[in-house]
Design a protein around this ligand. Structure first.
Ligand SMILES: Cc1ncc(COP(=O)(O)O)c(C=O)c1O
Length: 409
């Protein structure tokens, strides 16, 4: 009746955001929900971010930002890139966007012609296939091994004359894997030589458990940024716990960045100047917040992985980065939506089914919340899924009995 475009009818809504909404509503209705679903650190944002945003607001001068971003903020992104990547982009190589999400969205819009292919590795972040389709491109899914690492042979097989880009997210959401430097080097080499864009979604690059395990793609190319096919995407959401500020950026060759700015000039007109000021506070004065988050997620990871390993039939890789883990529950059930629903309805624990990431039989659990919640969440998951655990559990003062047979899920 409302005659929407054929195109938009091919696009799925984000399942993680929908699940978060369900968890939020359950919580609002008084249920003792533990949300291990959303990919969001719960720590307060850096004090410097609040101070700088407040000063900007009080100045009464909150006007349009330059389309590609405020130059002072771009200078901070430039310094961040020097410090963490050992490369110095010019300001014209940087565009500031509404989160890393919009950087990726705009990038696909400017790179893809209808039918152009983008290689993504399974399991993949939920938004990649839909963003690629929104730009009239075709997501080509490349399988990975047990450790969630793709091999060059499969990558080379998947490449066709229509391959325009390869998308690499390391540390990875949802698998928490970090791609080995040899693989990144080979991909950089392949992309530079074949003029395929290598999009590096580095949003978790500071959330790494073994220092030095993550190596920036720039290390493996001798091309200056303006001659390179590498495009780096990053932002403040995950590292600084500033998801709601919606600030991200992309760094790439000027023609790519200028094209992205064109979209920005006709869509958002650029990112809120007030929120860029807060992001400037984070990049220049937020190091302590990052360290605190790194410490918290290491503690949480160790507890969660140790507890999950006690569950019969569950297998789990040690997360190398991010604040996710991605246990394999195929021995318990191959239907991860059913598992996620059971955990939410019976144990009041929100998780994300692996099917959302192209990997049914897995669940993604986020552990960026408080350690108390992680301990409680792990206990409830074990109660719900492990037939060898005691049949009763107390949730918010009420005793619950496990009444379902795990092997019939
Ligand atoms: C892999 C990956 N890339 C990009 C984003 C988007 O981050 P932002 O909040 O900066 O838009 C997310 C957020 O969940 C993510 O997991």
């Amino acid at each position: 009746m409302f005659n929407l475009s054929h195109h938009i009818q091919q696009i799925q809504s984000s399942p993680t955001l929908a699940l978060n909404e369900t968890a939020r509503q359950l919580h609002a209705s008084g249920a003792a929900v533990i949300n291990l679903g959303i990919g969001e650190p719960l720590n307060p944002c850096p004090e410097a971010a609040i101070r700088m945003a407040r000063a900007k607001l009080e100045s009464g001068q909150v006007k349009y930002s330059p389309v590609s971003g405020d130059s002072t903020f771009k200078e901070a992104v430039q310094k961040y890139t020097v410090d963490l990547y050992g490369r110095t982009p010019k300001l014209e190589n940087i565009t500031v966007t509404v989160g890393a999400k919009q950087a990726l969205f705009n990038l696909f819009q400017v790179l893809l012609d209808p039918g152009d292919e983008v290689l993504i590795f399974t399991p993949y972040w939920v938004s990649y296939p839909e963003m690629i389709k929104l730009a009239r491109g075709v997501p080509v899914k490349v399988a990975t091994n047990e450790a969630f690492i793709p091999d060059m042979e499969s990558i080379l097989e998947a490449i066709t004359g229509k391959t325009k880009a390869i998308l690499l997210n390391s540390p990875n959401n949802p698998s928490a894997a970090i791609y080995p430097p040899e693989l990144v080097a080979a991909l950089v080499d392949l992309c530079e030589s074949r003029k395929i864009y290598l999009i590096m979604d580095d949003i978790y690059n500071q959330l790494v458990f073994e220092p030095g395990e993550w190596v920036p793609g720039y290390v493996f190319t001798s091309h200056p940024i303006n001659k390179s096919h590498l495009v780096v995407v990053n932002g403040i959401s995950k590292t600084y716990g500033m998801t709601g500020f919606r600030i991200g950026w992309a760094i790439g060759a000027t023609p790519v960045i200028r094209a992205m700015n064109k979209i920005q000039s006709h869509s958002t007109s650029g990112v809120s100047i007030l929120l860029q000021e807060a992001a400037l506070g984070a990049l220049t004065g937020g190091a302590e917040t990052v360290r605190e988050l790194q410490t918290l997620i290491r503690t949480n990871r160790d507890i969660l992985v140790r507890e999950l390993r006690k569950i019969k039939g569950l297998r789990i890789q040690e997360p190398a980065g991010t604040f996710y883990c991605f246990p394999d529950l195929q021995e318990i059930s191959g239907d991860s939506e059913k598992l996620a629903n059971l955990l939410l309805e019976k144990a009041y624990v929100a998780t994300v089914p692996g099917s959302a990431f192209g990997a049914d039989g897995f669940l993604r659990l986020s552990y960026a919340g408080s350690t108390e919640e992680i301990i409680e969440g792990a206990a409830r998951i074990r109660w719900a899924l492990d037939p060898d655990s005691p049949p009763d559990i107390v949730i918010a003062g009420e005793t619950h009995r496990r009444t379902w047979e795990i092997d019939r899920l």
